[in-house]
Design a protein around this ligand. Structure first.
Ligand code: SF4
Length: 352
């Protein structure tokens, strides 16, 4: 039987996983073990459960709590982000990014959920890697803890926006999010844990049905079916009307408005046709629209709009009467920004 990866567990699931291996561990002991190894970031989870020598021995025999190896830490030139490159046990490379928040001394960690990505979004370097494999919840938490423990301040949030489509690895991502918010885990407020998706309808519906407490961001990027299918090929498997229905299900069970993301691409998705499609297609849906600059590092790839064009787009979007929020990506020059994570070594040529 495989060893139990402590970092991927909440106390309740740890008790069950150990029981499957014939190890008796009370809920209180599981909380102590996980608090030590996850909340406190201690490399050895066992001393506090002493003098229960049987449990200490069982943990050493049946559990493991290692973290992925850090290969590189690449800070951006402005001191706003640090991109971490990790090597997982099988040699796969993956990233996490520490990002400074507006509130002084507070940070969030952008986490990867997969090695590469199968979604092939036309503007994204990760999509060009293809999918190698899913990360386990323990691997996700391992990257988080390494970044958190080196942070010169407080990590108050986590976002699943690194490599991978989080809803293509739904179980592990939800499990990791639950570990992040657990009092014996990451101790991050559930409202500060954000999961993003390019629009996998089945999992959006599941997220709503399960009433998951985490924040969801759905990347739309186009409301014109043919364009969206070209920019976000996963859309072909989930037509826009179905996606919009799923969004209405999330809105029906959630609190407040939905957050939709729009990767702004010159010559593609800033026309009046998109605004009209948003107006008609999302009528009655409570949402805010986050505008994100495209970050395409191919010479012949997609380009950003100018500040003037962006201001004009924002002005025309006002007809929707929903909040329009401009989001800034950090770390563009270091391949740390949205859409640029491709396990690139510092100074190496990124995937094009
Ligand atoms: S934008 Fe997200 S879902 Fe699309 S290819 Fe990149 S990592 Fe995958």
């Amino acid at each position: 039987m495989e060893r139990v990866a402590l970092l991927g567990h909440r106390p309740e699931t740890l008790v069950a996983a150990l029981a499957e291996r014939g190890v008796v561990c009370s809920l209180r002991e599981a909380r102590q073990v996980l608090s030590r190894v996850i909340s406190d970031g201690n490399p050895d989870p066992t001393p506090r459960v002493s003098p229960r020598k049987a449990l200490v021995g069982a943990l050493h025999a049946h559990a493991e709590w290692g973290r992925p190896e850090v290969l590189e830490r690449v800070p951006d030139g402005e001191g706003k982000s640090v991109r971490y490159l990790f090597r997982l046990d099988d040699g796969a490379l993956v990233e996490a990014v520490r990002i400074g928040l507006l509130k002084e001394g507070c940070f969030t960690v952008c986490l990867s959920s997969q090695v590469g990505c199968a979604m092939k979004c036309d503007f994204c370097a990760t999509g060009r890697l293809g999918l190698t494999r899913n990360l386990s919840a323990a691997e996700i938490i391992g990257t988080f803890l390494t970044v958190r423990d080196e942070t010169p301040g407080r990590v108050t949030g986590a976002v699943f926006m690194g490599q991978g489509e989080p809803f293509h690895n739904y179980e592990a991502v939800i499990q990791a999010a639950q570990v992040l918010r657990d009092p014996a885990g990451g101790r991050i407020a559930q409202e500060a844990i954000t999961i993003s998706t390019v629009g996998r309808v089945r999992e959006i519906r599941r997220f709503a049905a399960e009433r998951q407490p985490f924040k969801l961001i759905v990347s739309l990027t186009s409301m014109i079916p043919a364009r969206r299918e070209r920019l976000v090929p996963v859309a072909g498997a989930a037509p826009l009307p179905e996606l919009v229905d799923a969004l209405r299900e999330v809105a029906a069970v959630g609190k407040g408005r939905l957050t939709l993301a729009w990767v702004v691409i010159r010559g593609e998705n800033t026309g009046d046709d998109e605004i009209e499609a948003l107006r008609v297609g999302l009528a009655g849906l409570p949402y805010q629209l986050n505008l994100i600059d495209v970050n395409d590092n191919r010479a012949d790839g997609h380009h950003r709009v100018s500040e003037v064009e962006l201001s004009d787009f924002i002005e025309r979007l006002q007809v929707l009467k929903v909040p329009i929020v401009r989001r800034y990506s950090v770390g563009r020059d270091e391949n740390s920004a949205c859409g640029m994570l491709a396990a690139t070594r510092a100074g190496a040529t990124p995937v094009r």
